[in-house]
Ligand binder design. Sequence first.
Ligand code: NG1
Ligand code: ZN
Length: 529
Amino acid sequence: MDFDAVTKYSALHAKPPGLSSQYGTAGFRTKAENLNHTMFRMGLLAVLRSKQTKATIGVMVTASHNPEEDNGVKLIDPLGEMLAPSWEEHATCLANAEEPELQTVLSDICQKEAVDLQHNAFVVIGRDTRVSSKKLSQSVIDGVSALGGRYHDYGLVTTPQLHYMVCCQNTHGNYGTATVEGYYQKLSKAFMQLIKQAVSRKDGPMHLKIDCANGIGALKLKEMEHYLPECLRIHIDNDGSKGKLNHLCGADFVKVHQKPPVGLEMKTSERCCSFDGDADRIVYYYNDTTGRFHLLDGDKIATLISTFLKELLVKTGQTLTLAVIQTAYANGSSTRYLEEAMKVPVHCAKTGVKHLHHKAQGFDVGVYFEANGHGTVLFSKAAEEKIRQQAEHEKDNIKREAAKILENTIDLINQTVGDAISDMLVIEAILALKNFTVQQWDAMYTDLPNRQLKVKVADRRVIDTTDAERRAVKPPGLQEKIDALVKKVKWARAFVRPSGTEDVVRVYAEADTQENADKLAHEVSLAVY
Ligand code: NG1
Ligand code: ZN
């Protein structure tokens, strides 16, 4: 193939010489002003990936919970999942190629991956509400066009909505209709079916306050509101009309600072939640009668959902495997509760959604959540089939009803990726069905006090880890120091790992008291220097 057109177009999206970046767990993410060439080149790469897989590929322009000035880009693979690892490397090479090398790098990728250049390419594009996103998504489109690919621009969508579109496009409507209306219809229908059986509906409507981080979540929830039943009243705050994106609000802010967002008025015991800037994360919270703030993070969400699913699976009498996948950041109490009280197997994966997603695929029902609120549930094809069959044909009323609830849960969950809107509806449905208040949910177990710190070091890559990042193998002696510090404190656990998205080393510690957790985190961070 002749890449001359690429060179011509690329001149309009020239790479500042010397600039280098890496396709990490969150794709590319940096200051928006440095991303023009990366966007163009990811348009090119999406075309090659589409030709190779003979499927639709997605490109999402967002920097999630990062400040407004940043932006980023991620590619979405055919079934709506994250880009395959070998292609992450191609992405890095392509983004870092100086202008004269561009054609060679493209040819190399085509050769290594046996890309069928004759095949048509189709790319779908989405973007968040950042001021820079429109122009940057136009650069992606230029990249797609430069290689003769066809595209559809979905414009403003949440990240999980674009994942859903990619999956719909490639499964020819089996997963749902590839439009935002199709997404709202699929989710709202499943939600309404689910809550039909709920007792608490008799107590009047359910109320939920939602902090949308001044991002895309607000826009999309306002569109979806008309599809939701009367019994769920959502109150949208931080809708972008006043505040700045992700500034003092959103799921990441609430999780990291363990306090409510600015711009949301919390009454005692009121159930509230926060989305992040691209609506793929969610955390819940409330203030108790003494005014104390309670956070229900990804671990609490995984516990609620997996307990609910386990109870239903038992009722159906089906022997399907169920497991929860967490990362090292999961609160020790949640792991203990799941394993000991609920008898649910728990597995630990490396940080980054793709690792959790991959592990969850090994079970009939795999529930995965990062503590920060990113997660979903995966159902194997076989499990889905068995459940749908039973929901239709089972003679036993109890078993059939349980299978029906499971079937609607399958339809409500976005299996492609963590999705704040879908997760929120799943949680609201479970609370309604179990007739649970947010306090009762919170009381399932008590979090161990914990602390996360960031440490700036000259080169964070000197730290290397093993055992799903729970132990450091490099530099020599570091793990021994951490072990000695942990040994001195009750119920303690601590680990360090280099961040994949920021130039820092992250330190995590938990212990019997907040004071001890803070002290341990501090001491471990000193050991890192
Ligand atoms: P890093 O920077 O590698 O810790 C962070 C989050 C991940 C994940 C990625 C992608 C923590 C501790 N880490 O990764 O869970 O969400 O960003 O956005 O929350
Ligand atoms: Zn996000």
